[in-house]
Design a protein around this ligand. Structure first.
Ligand code: C2E
Ligand code: CA
Ligand code: CA
Length: 467
C-alpha cells in the first residue's frame, strides 16, 4: 500500500502536469497557429505592458506595422495552401530577423507587427522592407510579395497604445496609397491629417442629429424611352462652414467610426418622406438607397429597415437597396439573411459598382438580386475600347440570361448611351442625363419631364441590331 509521501509525489506530478497543460493552453490562445507568432490579442496585451514599462523607465518604443504588398494576388494565383506557406515563411523570417527585446506578432491576414526598442527607426524600417523583399521559395517557385511598413514611436508620436497603433497604421496606409518608398514614419503631415479627422469626427457626430446630412437625387433613365423612371438617393452634408460636402469627404470616415449606419438611416428616412408622393403620383417607379457593407454586419439591419419603411408611405416594391460586392467578403451568412428578408418583403436588391471588384456572377445565381449596376469605370471606356465594349456586351447578355436588370452608371457621352442601348442595357444614369440634385429641383424636373431623350434612330443602333 503506498505511503503518504508516494501520494504526495503523485499529487505533485499531477499538479505539474495540469500546470504544463494550462501553460500550453495559454500559449495556444496567445499564438497564431499558422506562424507560431504572438496573435493579435496577445500583441495588444503585450503592447500595453511594454508601454507601461517604457513610461516607467523613460525609454522609447517603436511600433512597426507590416503589410505584404501582393499577398492577395499570390494567394489567388498560387492557391490558399501556397498562401499559408508563404505567411508561415514570412513569420519565420521576421522571427529570425528580430533584434534583442523585439516582439513579433501576426495581427491577422497578411498583417504583421514588431514592437521594438530600436532607436534608429528609419534603419530598422528599411531593414524590415529589404528582409521581406527577398524572394521566398514556395513549391520550388521564387515568390516575392514585398512588404510595406509604417512606424510610430512612443512617447514622441503617441502617448498610448491605441494612438500608437492608429498612427503606425496611418503611416502604413500612406505608403500603400502613395507608392515609392516602402516605409513611412508618422510625421507632422499625418499629425495634421489626424487632427482633421478628429475635428471631422466631432462635427459628424453633431451633424447627424442636427439634420445636416440630406438626401440628393440622381435620375435613372429608361434606355428605350429616355424617361426618368427612378432616382438614386445620394447623401450630401450641408456643412455650416465648408458648404456642401460630397460622400467622399465623410462616408469613409463615418464607416471607420461606425457612424455610417446612422447616416444611412437619416438619409433613408428623409428620402422616403420626400419620394413617397412622387411614387404615389406615378412620377417615378422606384427609389434606390445606398447601404454600406458595414450596415449588413448589424444583425438587426433588415428588421429595422423594414420597420422604418413601414412608417413611410413608400411601398416596399418601390424601394431598391444598393449594396456593393464587398459584403461577399464579410459575413456572407448574415448578409444573405438580410438580403433574403428584404427581398421577401418585395424590396429590390441591386448589386452596386459591378465590374470593379470581385464581380461575382455566382452571387447573382445564389442570392435574390434583381438589378446590377455597371460601374462607371467600365462605362468610361465602352465607346472607345473594343475589349471593354465586348466585355460589357457579354455582361449584359449574361444578366439577361439570369433575368437580372442592368443599370449603367456614369454615362457622360452620347456615344456611351447609344452603345448601351443597342447592347440591351435597360436603364442608365449619368451626367449626360442629370447630375444629383436637391429634392425641389428634382421635383420640378419630374413635373416637367425634361429627361434628355436619346435620338430615335441612329446608325450605331441599326448596325448593332443587324450584327
Ligand atoms: P455610387 O453609389 O456608385 O453612386 C454614384 C456616384 O457616381 C455618385 O457620386 C454620383 O454623383 C456619381 N455619378 C453619377 N453619374 C456620374 C457621371 O456621369 N460621371 C461621374 N464622374 N460621376 C457620376 P457621389 O454622390 O459622390 O457618391 C459617391 C459614393 O458615395 C456613392 O457611389 C456611394 O457608394 C456613396 N454614398 C453616397 N450616398 C451614400 C449614402 O447615403 N450611404 C452610403 N452608405 N453611401 C453613400
Ligand atoms: Ca449606388
Ligand atoms: Ca455605383
Amino acid at each position: 500500500m503506498p505511503d503518504r509521501s508516494d501520494n504526495l509525489a503523485e499529487l505533485q506530478a499531477r499538479v505539474a502536469e495540469l500546470e504544463a497543460e494550462r501553460a500550453l493552453h495559454v500559449r495556444l490562445a496567445q499564438t497564431d497557429s499558422l506562424t507560431g507568432l504572438v496573435n493579435r490579442g496577445a500583441f495588444t496585451e503585450a503592447l500595453s505592458g511594454r508601454l507601461a514599462a517604457a513610461a516607467a523607465d523613460g525609454s522609447t518604443l517603436a511600433l512597426f506595422v507590416i503589410d505584404l504588398d501582393r499577398f492577395k494576388h499570390l494567394n489567388d494565383t498560387l492557391g490558399h495552401h501556397a498562401g499559408d506557406l508563404l505567411l508561415a515563411e514570412v513569420g519565420e523570417r521576421l522571427r529570425w530577423n528580430a533584434g534583442p527585446g523585439e516582439l513579433v506578432a501576426r495581427l491577422g491576414g497578411d498583417e504583421f507587427a514588431v514592437i521594438s526598442p530600436a532607436a534608429d527607426v528609419a534603419r530598422r524600417a528599411q531593414e524590415l522592407v529589404s528582409v521581406l523583399g527577398q524572394p521566398h521559395d514556395i513549391y520550388g517557385r521564387h515568390v516575392a510579395p514585398g512588404a510595406s511598413v509604417g512606424v510610430a514611436v512612443f512617447p514622441g508620436d503617441a502617448a498610448d497604445a491605441s494612438d500608437l497603433q492608429r498612427f503606425a497604421d496611418m503611416a502604413l496606409y500612406r505608403v500603400k496609397t502613395r507608392g515609392g518608398r516602402r516605409w513611412s514614419a508618422f510625421d507632422a503631415e499625418l499629425r495634421a491629417e489626424n487632427e482633421r479627422r478628429r475635428t471631422l469626427e466631432a462635427e459628424l457626430r453633431r451633424a447627424i442629429p442636427a439634420g445636416e446630412i440630406e438626401p440628393w437625387f440622381q435620375p435613372v433613365i429608361d434606355s428605350a424611352g429616355g424617361h426618368i423612371v427612378g432616382v438614386e438617393v445620394l447623401a450630401r452634408w450641408r456643412h455650416p462652414e465648408q458648404g456642401l460636402l460630397a460622400p467622399a469627404a465623410f462616408v469613409p470616415i463615418a464607416e471607420e467610426l461606425g457612424l455610417i449606419g446612422r447616416i444611412d438611416e437619416a438619409v433613408f428616412e428623409a428620402a422616403c418622406a420626400l419620394a413617397a408622393p412622387w411614387v404615389a403620383e406615378g412620377l417615378i417607379e422606384h427609389v434606390s438607397c445606398n447601404v454600406s457593407p458595414r450596415d449588413l454586419l448589424d444583425p438587426a439591419f433588415s428588421r429595422k429597415l423594414i420597420q422604418r419603411l413601414a412608417r413611410t408611405d413608400l411601398p416596399a416594391t418601390a424601394l431598391s437597396v444598393e449594396i456593393t460586392e464587398t459584403f461577399l467578403l464579410q459575413d456572407l451568412a448574415l448578409s444573405r439573411r438580410h438580403i433574403e428578408r428584404l427581398a421577401a418583403k418585395g424590396v429590390n436588391i441591386a448589386l452596386d459598382d459591378f465590374g470593379t471588384g470581385y464581380s461575382n456572377l455566382r452571387a447573382l445565381l445564389h442570392l435574390p438580386i434583381q438589378t446590377v449596376k455597371l460601374d462607371r469605370s467600365l462605362i468610361d471606356d465602352v465607346a472607345h475600347d473594343a475589349r471593354v465594349s465586348r466585355l460589357v456586351g457579354s455582361m449584359l447578355h449574361a444578366a439577361r440570361a439570369l433575368g437580372v436588370s442592368i443599370v449603367a452608371e456614369g454615362v457622360e457621352e452620347q456615344g456611351q448611351a447609344l452603345f448601351l442601348r443597342a447592347a440591351g442595357c435597360d436603364r442608365m444614369q449619368g451626367y449626360l442625363f442629370a447630375r444629383p440634385m436637391p429634392a425641389p429641383e428634382l421635383e420640378a424636373r419630374l413635373r416637367a419631364e425634361t429627361a434628355q431623350p436619346l435620338p430615335r434612330a441612329h446608325p450605331l443602333r441599326r448596325r448593332a441590331r443587324a450584327g
